[in-house]
Design a protein around this ligand. Structure first.
Ligand code: PSU
Ligand code: MN
Length: 317
């Protein structure tokens, strides 16, 4: 039974039992997405922002083979420094747990564990997607299949143009995943507010967002929702600068033959070097902004749930 493997932090447990707002946070961004010490500083600040906006943060990881929903400060510090933490997507979970290893959860895995714990809203930086050249490499992030099946709303700043954004949107459409622009008509491209890809739906406030997500799950339409929340104007990067950096990083990765799960961390680190650290600053700021919106959304969702006769939200079995 999944509960045998799961440790829910007491504060998170209490909030969930009392139908209070909780926001899930991932840990691959800590161990593989940002360098130390900015990774730890950012993770702690994100938790603070979630609290300020009325929700309880639950950073998720696997530690010594236990699924942890809600990490302590010390555990976040450990994840940020340790060298042997394994980037854990859906396929990796059973091995990491059975071997009692440490695993940092990707978007896919964070969604799975959030859903197990009963958390409906998750804030991150960017989701994985269909990689450029996937027609040949088949490199499509497991995040997309998770969004297809697991009922958690993911607040992100869109996806990086290290991915093929057009194909990523097509994939999400095929699998019935709503992509909603929060205050935007376009899919944001992580470091920039615009990507050139129009979205079908735009919502400007969290109340309407909560209603839409709630309707989906009330109807038994299981699966995730992507809330695409653009980076604040003040921190968004120059299109040309960031696109050139991405092109260069992608070429280098190809030249070095980097593949599979190593690609995203490699590109993130390369882009940071090429932009002299500017991409990291943008990355940090957009995560803060997503944490704020996610907390406000989680609050609205819990208010809506209070008014419901039956809790028909799909539960993990
Ligand atoms: N995008 C980022 N930072 C990250 C990731 C994506 O800007 O740290 C991580 C997330 O955890 C995401 C994962 O789920 O990379 C996707 O990796 P892959 O493409 O190997 O599935
Ligand atoms: Mn991949």
């Amino acid at each position: 039974m999944y509960k045998d493997y799961l440790d829910i932090n007491p504060e998170v447990k209490q909030a969930l039992d009392n139908n209070q707002a909780v926001v899930a946070l991932e840990s691959t961004i800590i161990s593989h997405g940002m360098p130390y010490p900015q990774n730890v500083e950012t993770a702690l600040k994100v938790e603070e922002i979630v609290r300020k906006n009325g929700a309880v943060p639950a950073t998720i990881a696997i530690l010594n083979g236990r699924i942890k929903v809600g990490l302590t400060k010390e555990e976040i510090e450990y994840l940020g420094k340790a060298q042997n933490v394994i980037k854990t997507s859906r396929r990796d979970i059973p091995i990491i747990i059975a071997k009692k290893l440490d695993g940092a959860t990707t978007v896919a895995t964070t969604m799975i564990f959030a859903h197990m714990a009963g958390i409906k809203v998750f804030a991150t930086g960017g989701i994985g997607g269909v990689h450029r050249g996937a027609q040949e490499t088949f490199d499509i992030s497991a995040d997309l299949q998770e969004l297809a099946h697991t009922s958690v709303a993911v607040v992100c700043a869109g996806a990086k143009s290290i991915l093929d954004l057009g194909l990523t949107l097509e994939y999400l459409e095929t699998f019935g995943v709503p992509v909603i622009g929060f205050g935007t008509d376009e899919l944001p491209a992580f470091y920039t507010r615009k990507s050139g890809f129009k979205l079908e739906y735009r919502v400007d406030d969290v109340i309407e967002l909560a209603r839409i997500i709630s309707v989906k799950w009330d109807l038994g339409l299981t699966g995730g929702v992507v809330v695409a929340n653009p980076i604040p104007e003040a921190y968004s990067m120059d299109h040309e600068v960031i696109n050139k950096a991405i092109e260069r990083a992608v070429k280098e990765a190809e030249g070095l033959g980097i593949q599979g799960k190593e690609i995203t961390p490699f590109l993130l680190a390369k882009i940071k070097d090429i932009t002299g650290g500017k991409s990291l600053e943008a990355n940090i700021q957009l995560v803060f902004n997503n944490a704020k919106v996610a907390a406000q959304l989680a609050k609205e969702m819990s208010l809506l749930d209070l008014g419901k006769k039956d809790k028909v939200t799909p539960q993990f079995l």
